[in-house]
Design a protein around this ligand. Sequence first.
Ligand SMILES: Cc1ncc(COP(=O)(O)O)c(C=O)c1O
Length: 292
Amino acid sequence: MSPEPFDDRDGTVWLDGAFVPWREARLHVLSHGLHYGGAVFEGVRVYGGRPFKSVEHAERLRASARELNFALPYTAAELDAVTREIVSREGITDGYVRPVAWRGAEQISVSGAGNSVHVAVAAWEWPHVFADGAQERGIRLKTSRWRRPSPDTAPVRAKAASLYAIGTLARDEAEAAGFDDALLLDHRGRLAEATGANLFLVIDGELHTPVPDGFLDGITRQTVIALAGELGLTVRVRGIDPAELALADEVFLTGTAYEVQPVRTVDDRAFTVGKTTLRLAEAYGELVRRTD
Ligand SMILES: Cc1ncc(COP(=O)(O)O)c(C=O)c1O
């Protein structure tokens, strides 16, 4: 059975200040956001009915819009309240929330000025990104020919829809070649990240992760670095050459959707799903489900 399409479901979506029936949450085909990529979005995970770090995600949505020179008409506190309300209305237990903001249809021109700003929030049940068993086995990455652009070429700090065009090209090529996801290098040819998650290497029991100067400094990345500190692990944030994968015993990805996701192979190089990754995955799993 094919999965339910995202435009044909029961339920409610919050759109521009009102809760509307899911199928009526529409925008016009001449929206600026659709034609010129004037859109930003977020992904928030829900654990046991509670959105994790919802305020941080709302703040990042506002910051992403600012990077694209538009302002959201809602505060982070208001967006957090909407997120909680939609999760509760939809009865989500373990799922995902997608806030999105885009420029409207007042004018069709490369210039973004003069367009209204629209905001929507939708939520659905979504326990895991990858197939069952991927957490235990690890996933397979293919190094992509597509790279993360330099910070003077694109708004790399923003979670901007336009940047995901690169991720889609990379991910589609990786999947067509039989891999689970792509590993992208940055504009200098250093290790960057996967299509929707940040990268960590474990070398001699220490964590090494690239400097986030050309890609998103993920909320999960920051959370895992803090957890690693609590566990007494050393974390080295530095430029990492792809050849250094040969030194790594373990490799894992971090992201709201991916959580702490072990990597089994990068191209034809194999890694173990080892104890450092598993300790962090366990600590992260405990943190996100904590009710205090
Ligand atoms: C391209 C990209 N990098 C990194 C991340 C990880 O960010 P976070 O941990 O805030 O979800 C994401 C997911 O949001 C992403 O899409």
